[in-house]
Design a protein around this ligand. Sequence first.
Ligand code: TYD
Length: 211
Amino acid sequence: MRGALITVEGVEGSGKSTQCRRLAALLRGRGLEVVETSEPDGTPLGQAVRGLFELEPRPSPLTQAFLFLAARQEHVTRVIQPALARGAVVLSDRYTDATLAYQGYGQGLDLQTIHELNALATGGLLPDLTLLLDLDPGVGVRRIAGRPLDAFERMDQAFHHRVREGYLELARADKRRVLVFDAAREPDLVHADIARAVDEFLGRRGAPRGA
Ligand code: TYD
């Protein structure tokens, strides 16, 4: 049986890494093989690309998209597809929706162009389920204050608001795939809701075989 691709999205400071870790542990406890990964740094190429966003002048939104999409193609080919073929659950911290939210809604790059580039980069591999951790970006920025910020985290509040609204728009347009969670709550409560939703999802599609 083919595995499942679950992606986790949200603004900076929305708690994605914590929730990914906890969901992965839960699913492993149920005997499933889980591959935890992230974009852009799920491959060595993706890790190398990350530093380019810090260059001055800042790469244009289309250049950013090409860089993230190059990283995505490597990620799909080398990590995601092989894991799905083994029947694993792949849990990716960011994927296709991030480019729509950050380069499209956030910076005005044409959404249709991004859809086409995403299709090219992924060979049409869409997430089976997307968990959107929704949070007021002001709260998110306060949560990450004090650690070194990357080029996107340093963007202004208006940008982060457009990213948030963009994600919510994507969720409204694809209610079956994208589930929204209120990430302003205690991590335990968010995790409990995610666990319920993922259980339902796996039950519906027939859970992948355990490792
Ligand atoms: P990272 O520190 O890995 O993300 P996070 O803050 O979620 O842990 O940095 C990734 C940054 O790149 C993040 O600010 C979002 C941004 N990004 C895009 O702008 N477009 C994309 O397609 C992806 C995958 C990420």
